[in-house]
Write a protein that binds this ligand. Structure first.
Ligand code: FPP
Length: 243
């Protein structure tokens, strides 16, 4: 924890987001600036993700959801897709090995059917074995798309015979079930768009955009994002206090 955030949290921790979502963007540019292949950027991005998961756990953030591989990412060159999937396998293997030390619950959101059986098996094992931990939860979105998730939710609802529908009931059909919606959605890498991420769940998320590339998005950058979040007034469509 950086000195500034530690001081800040000492007095009051209630202003922390309960759920942070991240679009891990900028890996390719990070590598290009160093004359390295894009796969090296994704590898640095995977390290940044590990650091983020530990930091969020340390801060007491209950949920961290990251966009690791979108339904659109299949359009990238096969070599790049393979390198991202290899990094995921490496992460899952390490997570299985270090589970008792890390104590992070791991969930995977997305359609895993196109992946090779070994990757699917590791995803399932990570989810099953880490389900006993009740502290921090990390959600990895894999072959995930927000529109796809909503269509699948509608299909599941229809398959159950169209039970009476409310927003809360429908939200329960999303990959994460009834976990709280993200309070803060961070997009590093300079672009200012949502890119089909958590379209249903991010309805009231505070958005934080940063020019810092994801591999460089360290603890101090998280502190800045959280400080920006804490300075905002969340109104959920109501009038503001100063009005
Ligand atoms: C976007 O940056 C990043 C991705 C499409 C892949 C993200 C994957 C990882 C960080 C590695 C694996 C993840 C885990 C959870 C172990 P970009 O390639 O579009 O960057 P650019 O805009 O600079 O080209």
């Amino acid at each position: 924890m950086s000195a500034g955030m530690e001081k800040d949290l000492a007095g009051e921790s209630s202003g922390l987001p309960r759920h942070i979502a991240v679009i891990m963007d900028g890996n390719g540019r990070w590598a290009r600036r160093r004359g390295m292949p894009r796969s090296a950027g994704h590898s640095a991005g995977a390290d940044s993700f590990r650091r983020a998961a530990r930091y969020c756990q340390k801060l007491g953030i209950d949920y961290l959801t990251v966009y690791a591989f979108s339904t659109e990412n299949w359009k990238r060159p096969k070599e790049e897709v393979d390198s991202i999937l290899a990094l995921l396998e490496k992460y899952l293997r390490q997570a299985l090995r270090d589970m008792e030390k890390e104590k992070i619950r791991i969930c995977i959101f997305g359609d895993l059917s196109p992946f090779r059986p070994e990757l699917r098996r590791m995803c399932q094992q990570c989810m099953d074995r880490s389900s006993v931990y009740t502290g921090a939860q990390v959600n990895i979105c894999l072959n995930y798309g927000g529109r796809d998730e909503i269509v699948r939710a509608a299909e599941k609802w229809a398959a159950e015979g169209c039970p009476p529908l409310t927003e809360d009931v429908f939200g329960g059909y999303m990959w994460g079930g009834r976990i709280p919606d993200p309070d803060l959605l961070i997009r590093p890498g300079g672009e200012k768009r949502i890119s089909n991420f958590l379209l249903w769940q991010a309805a009231y998320a505070e958005l934080y955009f940063s020019d810092v590339l994801w591999p460089d998005f360290d603890e101090a950058e998280f502190d800045k994002a959280i400080a920006a979040y804490r300075s905002r007034e969340r109104r959920y469509g109501d009038v503001g206090e100063g009005i």
